[in-house]
Ligand binder design. Structure first.
Ligand code: 5AD
Ligand code: SF4
Length: 633
């Protein structure tokens, strides 16, 4: 299923042609001009380029008085109402241009792409890679969807409702373009019917492959490991040797390590935080999850390229927080030759004896996740380091110690439990029991006393009984999560659960259980934050204006809690004595501030900014008894 060789499909009209090749760059010239029929790659292509020739003929109408109506060509299945209004009189054979090659080179190139992202942070990060690849192939990005020659949607397949939203969007885009055909003017001043390319990227593209062409919704389907191929596929579609293109080949090696992501700046603000992709894919094969099928095998990006990217973000872009990103970040393992030579004695450890690994090819020399967190946090003491999403099995003591010791490694851990019941966890193939999970939580709390936990939960998984559901509620009450992401189970094709279990919890029961776990989370977090946060001084990284406007600022505490506070001047630094006069400043995005928590609204806090500070200064002085007194004077 997975292969490191490259292959893709081209589709012309209803006919599908597929082929494999080693060097994709050699392909295009053959594809453009050869029209032989000898059973080779090019012969396969010659059949699939039939519709291209027709399209090319349409575009080559000479200046002979022929009007627009002559080249609005009503294709089979094209229900364009405008085309029906024109007189479609037969104008006979349209002469072919002298040279197909010349004609090909005259075709207008697509200039503008619009990219919309659905789903997780990994998709946001992948879109930054796509943007980089397209911009370096001389395309431009436009924020106006209708202004784009190519509309790309980066998709999520994790639950059925995520996919439904995307189908809806694609149908709307296609319906819009059918009702409002696009035209462009060529260099002879003639008006040509222009085709907007609608492309689907990411997990849904990978899961559904050619099915995405259903009802003519998409022209281009590209999976998460094939983004380097996008410029070529787009050019082929634009110049019309093919009508549809797909490349959904998964890779064992692709990490896009050498592609510098082009991040989209936050609307109306300054970026203070950046996602940095460190690994791709997942080997865990949880029984409900489609990710291993859409994103393929786990592979880690090279240690040195990650450290270098973060260094540049800090030095050139003034980034104050990085979030190391991957489907299973803490199983990171760079086993490249250089990594093995630099770190020959390294070994892999599970979190505790109660955890197992689905995939056994682990261990050996190289760099592990704790090495990476250490190296990234060494780049600057003023840089906050976070990571998501981890698996509970990969929390060795070394990593926990590092988090406890380093002020700039944030004290917040995502510990996706999924369920509080050992029997459900077994069916989910999570590789741990409720007891092993709770033992880990206790160990983390004793190593990092002020740690905050977040988790994911799935409710209504196959055969889930009321008792098993109650165990999830009880786990939530025990751990008192600071944040939770809660979902009703959605059966996904190809997964172990799909092949071997029944999605037998009625939808209304799933929804009722979901609302119970949401209520439990809300009640416990309100109580916990009132107990642990009210009145406390927190180190906050200022992100910018809140949604309510400039009068209110928005930031995050070390434990990743969102906090809102009035945008009023505060002390410019921590005073060193109660008599010292300190001037006041307005806080800016990227500043650290000491904020006192004044109100709790579930998992969001409200506070009062007291003073600008630095990450180091806050940690050096936070334990001193006079801290609050000095600020209040
Ligand atoms: N149904 C519902 N939720 C799911 N998740 C993954 N697969 C499914 C599914 N089939 C949830 C898990 C995971 C999060 C990213 O999405 O909780 O941690
Ligand atoms: Fe899916 Fe499990 Fe991998 Fe997370 S760890 S991406 S839930 S298979």
């Amino acid at each position: 299923m997975l292969s490191s060789s490259r292959s893709f499909f081209l589709l012309a009209g209803q006919r599908r042609r597929s082929f494999h090749f080693q060097d994709s760059l050699n392909l295009l010239p053959r594809l453009r001009f050869k029209n032989t029929n000898n059973g080779s790659i090019s012969s396969q292509l010659s059949t699939s380029t039939k519709s291209t020739v027709e399209t090319t003929q349409r575009r080559s109408i000479p200046k002979d008085g022929i009007t627009l109506s002559h080249f609005i060509h009503k294709k089979q299945g094209d229900d364009n109402p405008i085309a029906e209004h024109f007189d479609t009189e037969d104008i006979g054979e349209i002469p072919m241009p002298a040279s197909l090659e010349e004609n090909y080179l005259q075709q207008p190139q697509p200039q503008k792409f619009h990219l919309r992202t659905y789903g997780c942070q990994m998709n946001v990060s992948d879109s930054d890679i796509v943007r980089s690849i397209l911009l370096s192939s001389d395309m431009e990005e436009t924020s106006e969807e209708m202004d784009a020659d190519v509309i790309l949607t980066n998709t999520c397949a994790i639950r059925e409702n995520a996919e439904q939203k995307i189908w809806q969007r694609l149908r709307e885009l296609r319906a819009h373009d059918r009702k409002n055909p696009l035209f462009s003017t060529d260099r002879d001043g003639l008006l040509n019917r222009k085709r907007r390319i609608i492309g689907v990227l990411g997990c849904m593209a990978e899961r559904l492959k050619e099915e995405m062409f259903r009802d003519g919704t998409a022209d281009l389907v590209v999976g998460p490991d094939a983004y380097r191929d996008l410029p070529r596929l787009i050019q082929m579609l634009a110049q019309q040797p093919v009508e549809r293109a797909v490349n959904v080949q998964l890779s064992l090696e692709e990490t896009y390590a050498d592609v510098k992501p082009v991040r989209r700046p936050v609307t109306g603000g300054v970026d203070v935080s950046a996602f940095v992709s460190i690994m791709r894919g997942c080997n865990n094969m949880c029984s409900y999850c489609v990710v291993p099928f859409t994103r393929g095998r786990e592979r880690s990006r090279e240690f040195t390229s990650i450290v270098e990217e973060v260094r540049q973000l800090v030095e050139n872009d003034q980034i104050k927080e990085v979030v190391l990103l991957g489907q299973n970040v803490n199983s990171y393992h760079d086993k490249s030759k250089e990594a093995q030579e630099s770190n020959p004695a390294a070994t892999y450890q599970l979190s505790n004896d109660g955890f197992t690994n689905m995939f056994r090819l682990r261990g050996g020399a190289g760099y592990y996740f704790a090495d990476l967190v250490a190296a990234v946090s060494d780049i600057s003491p003023e840089l906050r380091v976070r990571f998501t999403s981890p698996h509970p099995k990969d929390y060795p003591s070394e990593l926990l110690q590092l988090m406890a010791e380093r002020p700039n490694v944030c004290k917040q851990l995502h510990m996706p439990a999924q369920s509080g019941s050992s029997t459900v966890l077994k069916r989910m193939r999570r590789g741990y029991t409720r007891e092993a999970y709770l033992e880990l939580i206790n160990r983390v709390q004793s190593t990092i006393p002020d740690v905050a936990f977040s988790s994911d939960f799935i409710t209504g998984f196959c055969d889930e009984t009321e008792e098993e559901h109650q165990e999830t509620l009880s786990l939530m009450k025990l751990v008192q999560y600071d944040m939770a992401f809660m979902f009703a189970y959605s059966m996904r094709g190809k997964t172990h659960a799909h092949r071997n279990m029944q999605d037998n919890i009625p939808q209304d029961v799933k929804m009722a259980r979901l609302s119970q776990i949401i209520d439990t989370f809300r009640t416990t977090i309100q109580e916990k934050n009132e107990r642990t946060e009210l009145g406390e001084l927190r180190l906050v990284l200022v992100e910018g204006a809140s949604r309510k406007g400039d009068h209110q600022l928005n930031g995050r505490t070390d434990q990743n809690k969102r906090i809102l506070f009035d945008n009023v001047d505060c002390l410019s630094e921590l005073p060193s004595s109660s008599t010292e006069k300190s001037c006041t400043v307005a806080l800016k995005p990227g500043n650290y501030a000491v904020v006192q928590v004044t109100e709790v609204r579930g998992h969001t806090l409200k506070g009062r900014a007291l003073c600008r500070t630095t990450l180091q200064e806050f940690h050096e002085r936070k334990n001193k008894m006079d801290f609050i007194k000095l600020i209040h004077n």
